[in-house]
Design a protein. Structure first.
Length: 406
């Protein structure tokens, strides 16, 4: 499925910056790792739309994944409409649609149920409010379980943070509603690249909720497991998941978001101005707040993939206060926010007006959060297809900006 203004041309030139550039070959490389994990473990993998929802590349993801999981009515509908979820129920191409929301409003439930293969409620109160409607539609029901432990180094993303609203933790209360649910969702990882940490966390969940797990049909272990890293022990993870599934007699689901598209997206920008204020400064035609908001939220810098198409993989500078950093370059976005900073870098040469800079890791939790702050031009969405052709999937203009407001 392509946008109405999509242009596919093997010889097409790239549009003016800024633009997001997605590489289907890199996505497929991640997909193959996910498929291998599912093959070895028996788990099923669902794309987490909260992380990545650019449906222009779903065609190359569908063969490797079992469906989508969502966090809102709009996401569950998008997954249903664009990921093969609306195929005939008996078709081998039929994908699953898992619906979840921190809180549903009553008027959303009928439409959510029309798209969902499973619906997961965040709380027992929401379960009690809407379980009868789900039962009437024949949609299996799940509940989010919060083990009150996590593998997250960011408090803002920690589902087990103090006073968390994300899921139920009281095992007695959960046990009391087992007749109303067929499974649970447990999401307590965030960019966790340690198999040992994951396994220990799962063991803790088993120790506290094992008798509950035995009475379920399925368990979703969420996302945030960085198993696509080159040195990650994939076979150990598969063995652990398979053992978990066999011990409790459940179908295991994973919800890879970042793992699906890691390293597959860039934000390509142009230097508009250079200055000097004790350090070299450069301003590009994009904005960290508008176009890579997640990095601003987590106070991280954007890695540089290339300058003027030369792949140099420059990482942000190590801010060693004993070192002379006067030659470093701080790259700013063009919005009025003083802290609109992509990062501080040690560059091989001084940036000039007109230089092209491609920032990496610009797919996950980036495109889904883009916004019109300051009315800064919205990056186009460009896809490099598997055959090397360039697909201009979507461009934005003033009318899009105007329509986003009222």
């Amino acid at each position: 499925m392509n946008a109405k203004n999509s242009v596919k041309n093997p010889d097409a030139s790239l549009p003016s910056t800024p633009y997001y550039l997605l590489d289907e070959a890199a996505i497929v490389a991640n997909m193959q790792i996910i498929a291998r994990l599912c093959e070895l473990s028996g788990a099923k993998a669902l794309l987490a739309l909260k992380c990545f929802a650019t449906w222009g590349v779903f065609d190359v993801m569908q063969p490797y994944l079992h469906g989508t999981t969502s966090s809102s009515l709009n996401e569950v509908r998008l997954g249903y409409e664009t990921f093969g979820n609306n195929a005939d129920v008996n078709s081998k191409d039929k994908k699953e649609t898992h619906a979840y929301s921190v809180a549903y409003s009553a008027d959303e439930i009928p439409e959510v149920l029309s798209y969902a293969d499973k619906i997961i409620f965040n709380s027992i109160s929401q379960l009690n409010a809407f379980k009868d409607q789900a039962a009437a539609q024949g949609v299996p029901v799940g509940l989010r379980l919060n083990p009150k432990t996590s593998n997250s180094s960011f408090i803002i993303a920690d589902p087990a943070r103090p006073f968390s609203r994300l899921g139920e933790h009281d095992r007695d209360k959960i046990a009391a509603v087992l007749d109303d649910i067929t499974g649970v969702m447990i999401h307590n990882n965030c960019e966790n690249d340690s198999f040992e940490a994951f396994s220990e966390s799962l063991a803790d969940i088993e120790a506290r909720f094992g008798d509950i797990l035995e009475q379920l049909e399925w368990v979703s272990l969420g996302g945030g497991i960085h198993f696509i890293a080159p040195d990650y022990p994939l076979e150990k993870l598969a063995e652990r998941l398979k053992g978990f599934s066999e011990t409790y007699g459940v179908q295991v689901y994973l919800e890879p978001g970042e793992a699906s598209i890691h390293g597959a997206g860039s934000l390509v920008t142009t230097v508009l101005d250079t200055m000097h204020n004790e350090k070299n400064l450069a301003v590009v035609d994009a904005s960290i707040e508008a176009h890579m908001l997640d990095l601003l939220i987590y106070r991280e810098s954007a890695p540089i993939n290339a300058i003027n198409e030369e792949a140099i993989n420059i990482l942000p500078v190590n801010t060693d206060k004993s070192a002379d950093m006067s030659d470093n370059t701080i790259i700013y976005g063009r919005s009025c926010l003083a802290g609109d900073i992509f990062g501080e870098y040690e560059l091989p040469s001084t940036l000039k007006v007109g230089d092209k800079i491609a920032f990496g890791n610009a797919a996950g939790y980036t495109m889904v959060k883009k916004n019109w702050f300051n009315g800064v031009n919205m990056p186009a969405i460009i896809i490099r297809r598997l055959d090397g052709s360039i697909d201009i999937q979507r461009e934005f203009d003033y009318q899009d900006y105007k329509a986003s407001l009222s």
